[in-house]
Design a protein around this ligand. Structure first.
Ligand code: RFL
Length: 391
């Protein structure tokens, strides 16, 4: 099979890129190593910036989002035994919306199926040959090797994907930081606290409570990086949430059946080379942010907007100038966002061996974000997200 653009990965980045290219009359094939059921059930991000919501609306992916998305007016932060509320409405009504990443993925897959566009599940890309100019994707499905000749390849295959390593080592400068903790995330059929999102600095480590709907709660606990998701019973998990959120901050935590549990290590990663010839990366394939800032999916969406425009210019007008600017423009949003996500992580978690002095310093950061006019504006703008860059 041949196509114009071969997209590796059916996460939000790959699926959205496919949708935008389709709207521009460019054929794509998406190759995804997991099954459809697996990607539909993968619970991850939930906080969407206005730019992400606007993009989904622009490309007609927002029918369910418009019905079920929960807009935020403020954000609750808890530290030093007190609750604080930071207004979250920006200029021109810009705000955050809660809507699960799994729903975005499902919405995009359903639209792609409805349009009869190729999306090959359970197919693993093993190599890309012919770079920089004539890429051929090699993948295996059901134990059989296949090739896909393309005019362009988009590596939207996440942090562990295959695409990034096809950028020559000499050009691929990467930067990485691993935090000494992880997030244990649960999804529960439980009445939410009434807060769209509450972030707690507690004496037992960070705790986050958020609502994914009237009867669905998403909660996170800071845990050790080696934590085993099955090492606590459901009752023990609820007890720990009570110890952190209810007992220390009076935050209501309603209990209910836990329907998903997962542990994610916190790391930050940036690859500063985003394209090589006719291969380009977008989303987690070229950057990872710790989830504290709720930015990964939003960054992916910003990359895809830029990359899609560059691919359209290249394939329709044989104009590579936008692609040449893609790396620098995307990185102008990636690095500040990575920085912000790291600051959020540093302010809310307990580090191994942390002293009372260190904790007092974290409180000063949080006081500044909540009560200093400049700090509050910066916090709000960072949470709402930098505007998507444009060429
Ligand atoms: P994905 O979603 O990882 O998709 C990549 C896809 O590529 C496939 N793949 C391959 N397919 C074929 N062949 C190969 N060789 C392949 N290798 C990989 C994979 O199976 C997968 O389907 O990357 P993408 O599309 O760039 O999307 C990025 C987002 O998923 C990620 O940034 C967010 O989930 C991060 N994130 C959050 N982002 C937000 O914007 N707001 C949030 O509130 C938020 N909360 C979170 C988060 C991430 C979390 N975890 C689990 C790390 C909360 C958590 C706990």
């Amino acid at each position: 099979m041949d196509t114009r653009v071969g997209i590796i990965g059916a996460g939000p980045a790959g699926l959205l890129l496919g949708r935008i290219l389709q709207a521009n009359g460019i054929d794509t094939v998406i190759i995804e190593q997991r099954s459809q059921a697996y990607i539909n059930a993968r619970i991850r991000a939930g906080v969407l910036e206005q730019g992400t919501v606007d993009t989904l609306r622009e490309y007609d992916v927002a029918e369910r989002l418009n019905r079920e998305g929960l807009p935020h007016d403020d954000m609750k932060l808890f530290w030093d035994g007190a609750r604080h509320s930071i207004p979250m409405i920006g200029d021109h009504g810009r705000q955050l919306t809660t809507y699960g990443q799994n729903k975005i993925v499902e919405d995009l897959v359903n639209l792609r199926e409805k349009d009869g566009l190729p999306l090959i599940f359970e197919a693993e890309v093993t190599a890309i040959e012919g770079l920089p100019d004539n890429p051929v994707i090699h993948y295996t499905k059901d134990g059989v090797a296949h090739t896909l000749r393309c005019e362009f390849v988009a590596g939207c295959d996440g942090y562990h994907g295959a695409a990034r390593k096809h950028i020559p080592d000499a050009a691929r400068h990467s930067f990485e930081k691993e935090f000494p903790f992880a997030w244990f995330g649960i999804l529960a059929e439980a009445e939410s606290s009434g807060e769209t999102r509450g972030f707690g600095h507690t004496t037992r480590g960070l705790a986050v409570s958020s609502s994914r709907g009237p009867d669905i709660s998403r909660l996170y606990l800071q845990v050790d990086p080696e934590f085993d998701a099955n090492s606590m019973t459901d009752d023990q998990i609820w007890d720990e949430l009570d110890l952190r959120l209810k007992n220390q901050y009076g935050q209501k935590v309603s209990r209910g059946p836990i329907i998903d549990k997962a542990v994610a290590r916190l790391r930050a990663f940036v690859c500063e080379k985003l394209h090589y010839g006719r291969l380009a990366l977008a989303g987690d394939a070229c950057h990872i942010v710790p989830p504290s800032g709720a930015k990964g999916l939003n960054l992916a969406c910003g990359d895809v907007r830029l990359l899609s425009e560059a691919i359209v210019a290249l394939l329709k007008n044989n104009d590579a100038r936008l692609l040449e600017r893609y790396d620098a423009l995307a990185l102008s949003r990636i690095w500040p966002t990575v920085h912000w996500s790291c600051l959020m992580s540093e302010a809310f978690h307990l580090f191994p061996g942390q002293s009372e002095f260190d904790t007092r310093r974290q409180y000063q950061t949080l006081n500044h974000w909540a009560y200093n006019e400049t700090g509050q504006r910066w916090f709000r703008e960072s949470m709402l997200g930098l505007p998507f860059p444009r060429y």
